[in-house]
Design a binder for this molecule. Sequence first.
Ligand code: 2AM
Length: 178
Amino acid sequence: MSKETRRLFFALDLSDAHNAASRDAIVGLKRQLAPQGRPVPDDNLHITLAFLGEVDSKAYRRLCETADTLTCPPLSLITTQTGYFPAQSILWLGIAENTALRLLAEKLQSAAAEILNRPAEHKFVPHISLLRRAKPTEAPLTLQQPLHFQRVGIYASVPLEEGHGVRYQCLNHWTLTD
Ligand code: 2AM
């Protein structure tokens, strides 16, 4: 069996057409903040539900089997204001508390902890990372935009061939239904 691993995470992807207007506003905020750090490429904007780290193919299959059993309605979310993860130097845009979102993330995080035999690396703070290697803003900036999600995916971080950075490859996805 292959012991090769991939760097994976469960996430909600912002690129669906029905989120275009809100995504444009988020990209605008990201541009405004760009001098503070290294902007995340527009195509990489997402909400991480569970960060998985390095995962081998056997664990990947078990994670997918767990996701097959998920029950979660489509999610209607709203962005709030900027925040900062000091340990990772990430400047992000927050998401308002939503019970279905939190339950989904907690289910995925606890399944991942069991399958990968390691505790979740982070407590769940719903966010969209905007800038990496960033400095914090002096005061939070507010941006309230609606976002709707009808599916959740598992993604791999793939290093770009031309040098710095990564692109995210969707390996599998699941439809959220009432
Ligand atoms: P993201 O920017 O893609 O959401 C590894 O530490 C990664 O975990 C971070 O780069 C961040 O990826 C994600 N992450 C998820 N929840 C986090 C949290 N509460 N604090 C810091 N990073 C978090």
